[in-house]
Design a protein around this ligand. Structure first.
Ligand SMILES: Nc1ncnc2c1ncn2[C@@H]1O[C@H](COP(=O)(O)OP(=O)(O)OP(=O)(O)O)[C@@H](O)[C@H]1O
Length: 552
């Protein structure tokens, strides 16, 4: 290309007086050689220059589009942008103050400044704190980072696992005003009463207990916090503009499709603030339970459409306890293990038999109900998985249990998008290294048979030896430690896969995250059970494809 550019008469553009070969031109053979050397060097130089030139040309061509995009985005953002900027500065100053205080403490000690502090507010810890202070968008973004190990550095993925979504409650008067406006009628005409003390208050929504007028059914009302959509739009627009500028300044970034990722995040976050979508997800899950005859084993809250809108979701109130509450669970059912198996079967079943799967089964969203059923709450985050990906995932999980690394490598290749030829044997050897290093360091995994008995460490001994429920807290705490190690394991798998050119869909990370939650419940409720090998748990079943076929 560079040579053709020279031949095409563009040489003068690339001629540079400081090129060493451009000086001292002499005659004869030397001259010929010199010319050819000079030509090669010029060609190489012009190749580099050509690339920079075409980049520059591209940039100049793209500049009007970038400016137009920024102007358009700023217009869409409007005055809320200025408000968010002020809030951003406040958050920045707050976390900056914490950092300074930590620095001054460290400098007084003899050990020097830890790396965490050297990176300033860009270090995982302070960035996570900054995100928490910045509220909804950044908390969700933090949770996205935590669930996307293929996109972000491992230290950030690990730190953002701790990104908590708690926010001060909106005053009840304000909630009543929103309800009146959204429902378009007096609250008293819809609800017998609404409890002024919220059941929960997170960054996006607040939940209140209530009772329906007429039917007297107990319900909960999930109310979108006021102004939250404005905040999301302003923040996401800002993040979009930053991504656009970064891509403009460094076109290499477009290979990681930064702008594309930001657009995806924007789409999924805006879905979460649309309760019509959440209601549709709940109803599709309820249909799945009905079609599979699972209603006596599990449930999701019924939605009351006459008092639900895009910003208000009124649903049946479920009564129960989180699956991690060992003491309460034992007082509700005689066999916590059976409840766990039910939860697992219902969730695994939904992966293919339901249009979407529940992609946030943390303990607050998975309950054992008073009547012994499993209750699934909060369908704000859902995933979709193709039968092909799930079939590969199934092989992957089985291979962990059987320690067959070539099969593990093949299944990962099947799931990860790549156009390269992957050396399966080498990949398998690298995977084996990861897993054998785990055996050596005595991390126990319920996923891996034998190992959990062969390599029992103190943490699991605590869990296994738990005859009474008195040490539930200790068990939970230790399980959390172990869970981090599990996370680290999967991050390693992802990293090695990436070194072979594999890129996993986000669903892969979402699925793994849920499996980690389930692994946690297994350690607590059925420490002897192997989640992936137990005959009572059907991970892939023919019934699901039949169910799918019935929709075709
Ligand atoms: N149908 C229900 N019955 C009883 N309690 C409910 C119900 N729905 C929600 N809650 C309570 O409200 C809490 C928050 O609800 P939900 O998870 O839907 O909101 P959220 O804002 O998405 O919270 P998070 O992001 O923390 O999961 C639940 O953990 C639960 O305690």
């Amino acid at each position: 290309m560079a040579i053709s550019a020279i031949r095409g008469g563009r040489l003068p553009l690339f001629y540079h007086p400081q090129l060493p070969v451009a000086r001292n031109v002499s005659g004869g053979l030397k001259k010929v050689n010199y010319r050819s050397k000079r030509f090669t060097l010029l060609a190489q130089y012009s190749q580099t220059q050509d690339v920079s030139f075409s980049r520059l040309q591209n940039s100049i061509e793209n500049l009007p589009k970038l400016v137009e995009d920024i102007v358009q985005t700023s217009i869409n953002t409007g005055p809320r942008g200025a408000l968010r900027l002020a809030q951003g500065i406040q958050a920045f100053v707050g976390v900056g103050g914490e950092w300074l205080a930590d620095v001054s403490k460290s400098t007084s000690s003899s050990t020097g400044l830890p790396t965490q502090l050297q990176l300033g507010l860009l270090s995982p810890l302070y960035l996570r704190r900054l995100f928490e202070r910045m509220g909804a968008t950044y908390i969700k973004l933090g949770q996205f980072i935590a669930s996307a190990p293929t996109l972000f550095p491992p230290e950030y993925v690990a730190e953002f696992q701790n990104c908590f979504d708690r926010a001060p409650a909106v005053p009840f008067e304000e909630i009543k005003r929103i309800l009146r406006e959204e429902l378009g009628k007096p609250i008293e005409s819809v609800y017998e009463y609404v409890d002024p003390t919220p059941l929960a208050s997170a960054s996006i929504a607040q939940v209140h207990g209530a009772r329906l007028r007429g039917s007297q059914e107990d319900v909960v009302i999930k109310v979108l916090k006021p102004g939250i959509e404005d905040v999301l739009v302003a923040d996401l627009n800002f993040i979009y503009v930053v991504a656009r500028i970064l891509e403009f300044l460094n076109p290499e970034l477009s290979r990681t499709s930064l702008v594309g990722i930001v657009k995806d995040i924007r789409e999924s976050m805006l879905e979460e603030v649309d309760f019509y979508k959440e209601a549709a997800n709940i109803e599709s899950f309820r249909r799945y339970l009905e079609t599979m005859g699972l209603e006596r084993q599990a449930t999701a809250p019924k939605v009351y459409h006459h008092c639900s809108t895009r910003h208000v979701l009124t649903m049946e109130r479920l009564y129960g306890v989180p699956l991690t509450d060992l003491d309460s669970i034992s007082s509700l059912v005689s066999s916590p293990e059976t409840s766990l198996i039910t939860a697992l079967n219902v969730w695994f079943g939904s992966l293919l038999a339901c249009e979407t799967f529940h992609a946030d089964v943390h303990a607050g969203n998975l309950w054992l109900l008073r009547d012994g059923r499993i209750g699934f709450l909060d369908f704000g985050i859902v995933g979709r998985i193709s039968p092909k990906t799930w079939a590969a995932m199934d092989v992957f999980l089985a291979s962990i249990a059987t320690e067959e690394y070539e099969s593990m490598a093949s299944s990962l290749i099947q799931m990860g998008a790549t156009n390269k030829d992957v050396d399966v044997k080498a990949f398998a050897r690298d995977l084996e290294k990861i897993f054998s290093s785990i055996q050596a360091s005595t991390i126990t995994l319920q996923f891996i048979p034998l190992m959990s008995t062969r390599e029992l460490d103190t943490e699991i001994v605590v869990a296994t030896a738990r005859g009474t429920n008195t040490n539930a807290t200790a068990v939970s705490a230790n399980v959390t430690v172990d869970e981090r190690q599990m996370n680290a394991l999967f991050l390693d798998v992802v990293r090695v896969s990436e070194s072979y050119g594999l890129r996993f869909p986000r669903e892969f990370a979402l699925l793994l995250k849920q499996l980690l939650y389930f692994d946690r419940y297994t350690r607590l409720l059925a420490p002897e059970m192997n989640m992936l090998q137990d005959q009572r748990i059907s991970i892939v079943s023919n019934r699901r494809s039949n169910y799918r076929d019935s929709f075709r």
